[in-house]
Ligand binder design. Structure first.
Ligand code: GLN
Length: 434
C-alpha cells in the first residue's frame, strides 16, 4: 500500500486530489479514492465547484460505504471538472490535475484526478463517475483501466448528480484485476436509489469475450496505429474481430449534449447560495438578486454554458425540436447496438480520437471542439451500456486507449476481457520521481 506520508508531495506535483486525508491507515486492507462528486464523511464534497465550498456531507455515498466496509481506506477526494462538465479536468475551481506522462498535458475528464491517482499510485483503486465518458476518457489519457458498469448496477446514492438518466459510478485502476475485484463490492440494488437494479446480478464466474464488432472512426494516425495493432493482438487471443459500421453513431454527440445539458441544468438549479456550500452573500438583497449574484460569482463558465443550453432545449416551443428529438436518437442508437449484440459480444472502438492534448491546445479550443472529443465515449453512456477502456499502445510517448462496450448486464464479459488483455499487453507506467 502507498506510504501516506508521500501523499502531500504527490498531490503538490500532480494535483489529482482536491482533499487528502490526514489520518493514518493502520489496519486498512487497501487504499481507495472517491471522485469529489461522491459524498464521504470526514471530507468535503465540492464536485469541483466553488459554490459548494464548505459543504460537509453527513453521510457516505453507497459506493464509499461499501468500499469502507470491505476494508478500504479512503485517502482522498479526486479533482474533477465542475459537476462533471468537461473532458480535460480544466474546469475545476480546485486546480488542474497534470498528466503523469507529461505534466503539460491533461489527465482527461471529468474524472481526471481519479485516473491520475490510479496511474501514479501503485495498487490504488479510484472510484469515478461517468455521464458521457468521464471514466473512459481519463483512463485512456492516463494509461489505466476504467470500467463504467451497466446503468443501475451501482447505486448512485450520495452522488452529486449531473445527468440522472446516464450517471454511473465505476472504477479506475492501473491493474485490470481490480475492476473485477471491486465492481462486485460496489454493485447491488439499493432502496435509496430507485434507479438501482441488480437483475441479473454480476456473474461470479466472468464469461469470456469471444467476438467483437470493430467500428472504425476518424482518429489521429497514432491512435489508428495502436488500434490496428490491438486488433491483431485480439485475433491472436482467439477473439473474432469483424469491422461493422454503425450509422447512428454520428448523431450521438448532439443528442448527448442536448439531453445531458437539459438534465444538468435542472440539477444545478438547487445551487442558489442558500443550501449546501456557500451561503455567505448579502442577505439583505431581494432573493432573485441574491441567487443571481451568488451564481454569477461561484459557478464556472462551462457550468453557466450548460445551464443556458439545457434551459433553452427544455423551453416550451423548443422542447419537441431538441429534447424530444434527442430522446428519439437515443432510442435509435440503443436499437443499433442491440442489433450488433445479436452477432457479437462487444463493440470495439478507440476510446478517444487523439492522445491527451496539451493545456495550450485546450485553451485554444472552442466549447464545440472540446465536446467533439467525446464522439466515441458518448454512445455507450447514452445507451446505459457497460464499457471498459484499456491501455493498448502509445503515441508520442502518451497512452492510447481502446474501448469495449457490451450489452446491458454483460459487465462480466468486459471484466474478463480486461484481465485477459492485461496478460497480453504490457503497459509502460509513468516515471514518477519524488
Ligand atoms: N465530457 C462530457 C461532458 O462534458 C462527459 C462528462 C461526464 O461524463 N461527466 O458532459
Amino acid at each position: 500500500m502507498i506510504d501516506l506520508s508521500k501523499l502531500p508531495a504527490i498531490n503538490e506535483r500532480y494535483r489529482m486530489f482536491s482533499e487528502i486525508t490526514s489520518e493514518a491507515s493502520a489496519d486498512a486492507e487497501f487504499a481507495f479514492s472517491a471522485k469529489d462528486n461522491l459524498t464521504a464523511v470526514g471530507f468535503r464534497a465540492r464536485a469541483g465547484s466553488a459554490i459548494l465550498e464548505g459543504y460537509e456531507p453527513v453521510f457516505d455515498a453507497a459506493c464509499v460505504e461499501k468500499m469502507r466496509s470491505a476494508g478500504g481506506f479512503l485517502v482522498g477526494k479526486t479533482n474533477m471538472d465542475e459537476f462533471g462538465f468537461g473532458s480535460f479536468s480544466v474546469n475545476s475551481a480546485y486546480g488542474v490535475p497534470r498528466n503523469p506522462y507529461d505534466a503539460e498535458r491533461s489527465c482527461g475528464g471529468s474524472s481526471g484526478g481519479a485516473a491520475c491517482a490510479a496511474a501514479v499510485m501503485d495498487g490504488h483503486v479510484a472510484l469515478g463517475v461517468s455521464t458521457g465518458g468521464s471514466i473512459a476518457c481519463p483512463a485512456s489519457f492516463c494509461g489505466v483501466y476504467g470500467m463504467a458498469p451497466t446503468y443501475g448496477r451501482v447505486s448512485k446514492h450520495g452522488l452529486i448528480d449531473y445527468g440522472n438518466s446516464m450517471d454511473k459510478v465505476g472504477i479506475l485502476s492501473g491493474d485490470a484485476k481490480d475492476l473485477g475485484r471491486y465492481l462486485p463490492v460496489i454493485s447491488g440494488e439499493d432502496r435509496r436509489d430507485p434507479t438501482s437494479c441488480n437483475h441479473p446480478p454480476l456473474a461470479k464466474k466472468f464469461r469470456k469475450l469471444k467476438s467483437v464488432a470493430l467500428v472504425r472512426s476518424e482518429t489521429s494516425a497514432g491512435v489508428d496505429a495502436a488500434i490496428r495493432a490491438a486488433e491483431e493482438e485480439l485475433r491472436s487471443m482467439s477473439v473474432d474481430v469483424e469491422a461493422v459500421s454503425m450509422d447512428t453513431l454520428r448523431y450521438a454527440l448532439p443528442a448527448y449534449y442536448v439531453l445531458a445539458s437539459a438534465e444538468g441544468s435542472t440539477n444545478i438549479a438547487r445551487y442558489c447560495g442558500l443550501r449546501y456550500g456557500r451561503q455567505d452573500g448579502d442577505l439583505s438583497m431581494k432573493f432573485d438578486d441574491y441567487f443571481t449574484s451568488m451564481r454569477s460569482q461561484y459557478l464556472g463558465e462551462e457550468t453557466k454554458r450548460r445551464v443556458i443550453l439545457g434551459t433553452f432545449t427544455r423551453m416550451s416551443g423548443f422542447r419537441d425540436k431538441y429534447y424530444a428529438k434527442a430522446l428519439g436518437v437515443r432510442n435509435a442508437i440503443i436499437s443499433e447496438y442491440k442489433k450488433i449484440f445479436e452477432r457479437f459480444d462487444a463493440v470495439l472502438t478507440p476510446t478517444m480520437p487523439f492522445i491527451s492534448p496539451r493545456f495550450d491546445e485546450i485553451s485554444g479550443m472552442s466549447a464545440l471542439e472540446s465536446y467533439r472529443a467525446d464522439v466515441l465515449s458518448v454512445p455507450p453512456n447514452l445507451s446505459g451500456l457497460p464499457h471498459v477502456s484499456m491501455p493498448c499502445g502509445y503515441s508520442e510517448g502518451m497512452p492510447v486507449g481502446m474501448m469495449l462496450t457490451a450489452d446491458h448486464w454483460n459487465d462480466d464479459m468486459l471484466l474478463s476481457a480486461a484481465e485477459d488483455w492485461q496478460d497480453r499487453f504490457t503497459a509502460i507506467p509513468p516515471e514518477v520521481s519524488l
